[in-house]
Design a protein around this ligand. Structure first.
Ligand code: AMP
Length: 142
């Protein structure tokens, strides 16, 4: 089918990839354009686009696979640490519309930054604004 995502086609075996884990609901393979040796993508088998689209059992399985893989990836490439990230939506940099978690091995002095460096600046929020935002988040929890 033409409208399957790249990652569905990888899981189906229609596209080549170095697959490192397959579970009932998730799969993981090496990123084709790695930011570091061992850069791994963890995806749900079903093509939910955003984290908010995935039912609880799918997101649980996804993050269980992340928990399994993060130390395995780190140890396999003898890394010092790991950055785990999820570009959730196009404005956040998501290019493939199939939910995926990046596991990126990190090395002392590799020149990369923390997640904080993904943002160019920080907003200057008052205490009242922080409380209001917190209240609104709590009110939106379903
Ligand atoms: P994102 O910007 O979060 O959507 O990241 C998408 C990631 O998918 C990028 O890091 C790409 O390098 C990776 N990617 C794209 N096509 C493939 C592919 N065929 N096999 C493995 N990784 C891929």
């Amino acid at each position: 089918m033409a409208d399957r995502t790249i990652f569905e086609r990888i899981i189906d075996g229609a596209l080549p990839a170095t697959i490192v884990l397959e579970t009932e609901r998730a799969a993981a393979f090496l990123d084709a354009n790695p930011l570091a040796p061992g850069h791994t993508l963890v995806v749900p088998r079903e093509p939910y686009e955003r984290l908010r689209d995935a039912p609880a059992e799918v997101s649980s399985s996804l993050f269980e696979a992340v928990r399994t893989l993060a130390p395995a990836v780190e140890d396999a490439v003898d890394a010092d640490a790991t950055t785990i990230g999820l570009n959730d939506g196009t404005a956040a940099g998501q290019e493939v519309p199939h939910l995926h978690v990046h596991i990126i091995p990190r090395f002392e002095g590799d020149g990369g930054g923390s997640i904080h460096t993904a943002m160019g600046s920080r907003p200057d929020l008052s205490d009242e604004e922080m409380i209001d935002i917190g209240d609104r988040i709590a009110a939106h929890i379903e």
